[in-house]
Design a protein around this ligand. Structure first.
Ligand SMILES: Cc1cc2nc3c(=O)[nH]c(=O)nc-3n(C[C@H](O)[C@H](O)[C@H](O)COP(=O)(O)OP(=O)(O)OC[C@H]3O[C@@H](n4cnc5c(N)ncnc54)[C@H](O)[C@@H]3O)c2cc1C
Length: 428
């Protein structure tokens, strides 16, 4: 029996790290406190409804992540590369006609964005697409906020507040546009280079497929690590919540950043988590008539919106509900996401019905789930990348596999896992 490398956290980062280490012939134990693998990428099926643990999408252009996936086997269902913007009782569509020429007429006629800003959008798309991913993270973009960057490219406040704010509310769970412009360019590039999809079996099918690549017995769920064991100045194992211990040849921290900070502290190591969490709450409804039909994401551009973005999931992936039912997801971000259940529910019914020009009675809302995710992403303001931690944690035997090594995204987590495995294999 060889002493295994113990990876704490079976989200995307931990799974990728485990796959690579096993491929290189290492013995691996992957531990997770939760009942299932996947971390932030999980799904529950309840009463024939596919409920993701917070609405989330996959960009098929993510290069590292896709190299760990069999995309065909995920039965991907594609969103229209477009957004419907609802404001003041009007709905208009802005789409990427280069990815779907059928969107051209609606986009050209759309009144939500003026002609000059439509041309600037097209130029921004071209600009982002010709960048390599690493170029998106160059200091000249990483050091400025999305809002300042958009202003420097001549966008007006109407399109910034009426389109970019709710659109990036959907992608980054933050409508303030305070995030570094690198993330804007990275996501614009991903949107231009590939499709936006969900697997027919729910977003959790991604991490279930990754876990299936590991040899049986690698993963132990419902196994929370409470502290690290240090012997003679080296991390040599972990202590579990039930008080038992596990020896480790090496330990990899693949948890969310705040949990990694807490665990590292038990070994006397300081690993400060990035300041600021981006949370969201997604409400799921079945309805008689969807007020927000179609395969595009709906953006609520009202200045005081509680629901930031919403979609009729079953229009994109009919497999999300059995029996021909219609399933909607509506997400609140920022401070709005912290409202209590009843307040969110009331606001969602009112706002969704208004977006579609229907009464709540005509829609026939039935709430089927509500998911709160206080830590969905970490904040990525200008300058955060300079404070990125290193993979080696400053004490022998302890490593970091995490989205914090790249960006708060599925691709960032996959890169973090791959980088950790590579560094660990190189060093041992
Ligand atoms: C609602 C939502 C929407 C999102 N939207 C998008 C999107 O559209 N596109 C995109 O690219 N990204 C999106 N993200 C972000 C993306 O999901 C994350 O960046 C990524 O999943 C992070 O993966 P990870 O492996 O780093 O961490 P996690 O998935 O958080 O995995 C960490 C794991 O560590 C485990 N753990 C923690 N402490 C312990 C302990 N003491 N002992 C044992 N196990 C422990 C946890 O249970 C968890 O499973 C979204 C996230 C959410 C939640």
């Amino acid at each position: 029996m060889t002493t295994p490398i113990v990876i704490i956290g079976a989200g995307v980062a931990g799974l990728v790290c485990a796959i690579d280490l096993q491929k290189a012939g290492q013995s691996v134990q992957l531990l997770d406190a939760a009942p299932d693998v996947g971390g932030r990428v999980r799904t529950t099926v309840q009463d024939g409804l596919v409920i993701d643990h917070g609405f989330q999408v996959l960009f098929t252009a993510y290069p590292t992540l896709r190299s760990y996936l069999d995309l065909d086997a995920l039965a991907l269902r594609r969103f229209l590369p477009a957004a419907r913007i609802a404001q003041g009782g009007q709905v208009s569509l802005i789409g990427d006609a280069l990815r779907d020429p059928g969107l051209l007429v609606d986009t050209v006629l759309s009144r939500a964005v003026n002609v000059g800003d439509k041309l600037r959008l097209l130029a921004l798309r071209r600009f982002a697409q010709q960048l390599a991913i690493d170029d998106c993270f160059a200091p000249r973009f990483a050091g400025v906020s999305t809002r300042a960057f958009l202003e420097s490219r001549g966008f007006g406040s109407a399109v910034i507040d009426g389109f970019f704010a709710p659109f990036y509310g959907g992608i980054l769970l933050d409508r303030t546009l305070a995030t570094s412009a690198s993330i804007l360019l990275f996501t614009f590039k991903m949107l231009a280079d590939g499709d936006t999809v969900i697997p027919a079996g729910g977003i959790g099918a991604i991490t279930r497929q990754m876990a299936a690549r590991l040899t049986p017995g690698t993963v132990r769920t419902r196994t929370a690590v409470s502290s690290l064991v240090v012997t003679n100045g080296r991390v040599t194992g972990v202590t579990l919540d039930d008080g038992s211990g596990l020896d480790a040849a090496q330990v990899v921290l693949a948890t969310e950043a705040p949990a990694a900070e807490r665990l590292a502290a038990t070994a006397g190591v300081s690993l400060p988590a990035p300041a600021g969490a981006r949370g969201c709450t997604t409400l799921y409804y079945t309805v008689r008539t969807s007020p927000i039909p179609g395969k595009a994401l709906w953006l609520n551009a009202e200045p005081n919106a509680v629901i930031s973005h919403a979609v009729t999931l079953t229009d994109v992936a009919p497999e999300y509900a059995t029996g021909g039912r219609v399933l909607l997801a509506a997400t609140a971000v920022g401070a709005a996401a912290d409202r209590d259940d009843a307040a969110l529910d009331a606001a969602a019914r009112t706002e969704l019905a208004r977006m579609g020009g229907l009464s709540a009675e005509a829609v026939g809302f039935e709430r089927v789930a509500l998911w709160r995710v206080p830590y969905a992403q970490f904040a990525q303001p200008p300058g955060w990348r300079e404070q990125r931690p290193s993979i080696a944690c400053g004490i022998p035997g302890l490593w970091r596999a995490s989205e914090v090594l790249h960006s708060s995204s599925l691709e960032g987590a996959a890169r973090g896992g791959a980088m950790a495995a590579q560094a660990l294999l190189h060093a041992t």
